[in-house]
Design a protein around this ligand. Structure first.
Ligand SMILES: [Fe+2]
Ligand SMILES: [Fe+2]
Length: 196
């Protein structure tokens, strides 16, 4: 299965993207091990997270129409945002993936999701923090945090992404805000249960 996906990726994405995907795969495996999660689910979702990364906007919109998704104006303006949920469709159609946890993690890797599960958090973190993303003190801190406190790291990474968009005056998808609020609730609940 892994080799089949790699062969497909070789024809669908440039080498530099493939290297990113392989680093995401490695980090997702390491995070799954650190947090006693399914390594198989983390590896599969990470390897397939960017299947649709290089699809043309028309192709992304065509898949969205075929799947009858209701699009947010941000997705209509920036169809590239659809590469995550379209990637899940490719994983299902092309590679027969039926594991909903894996499909949801692929679909939510860019914007997150207010109800994402731990495998979703692992893939979201690995995509944002893999070593190729740079070596600033902030990224270094987030990487360290991701191995210690999964949900705090996911929340802080969501804030980091949000800041990045706002600083560049880019549109923010409403789901990013919902993800932020959902993660904040999870973090507050876990802090309360620690201090209770
Ligand atoms: Fe992506
Ligand atoms: Fe990615």
């Amino acid at each position: 299965m892994r080799q089949e996906v790699l062969n497909w990726l070789h024809t669908a994405v440039p080498e530099v993207r493939l290297q990113h995907i392989l680093r995401v795969e490695q980090m997702a495996i390491a995070l799954a091990e650190a947090h006693q999660l399914s390594v198989v689910q983390a590896q599969q979702a990470a390897l397939m997270h960017d299947l649709a990364k290089c699809f043309a906007p028309e192709k992304l919109l065509a898949v969205a129409a075929a799947e009858e998704w209701e699009l947010d104006p941000a997705e209509q303006q920036v169809p590239h945002l659809l590469h995550a949920p379209v990637g899940a469709v490719v994983a299902r159609e092309q590679f027969g993936i039926t594991d909903e946890t894996v499909l949801r993690a692929i679909a939510a890797h860019t914007l997150g999701s207010p109800d994402m599960d731990a495998i979703g958090a692992v893939v979201y973190l690995a995509d944002a923090l893999e070593p190729g993303r740079g070596d600033t003190p902030q990224l270094h801190h987030l990487r360290q945090l991701s191995y210690g406190d999964l949900w705090k790291a996911t929340y802080e990474t969501c804030v980091f992404s949000l800041q990045h968009l706002l600083e560049r005056r880019r549109p923010v998808h409403p789901r990013t805000i919902l993800t932020h609020n959902g993660l904040l609730t999870i973090c507050r609940q876990s802090t309360q249960s620690v201090t209770a």
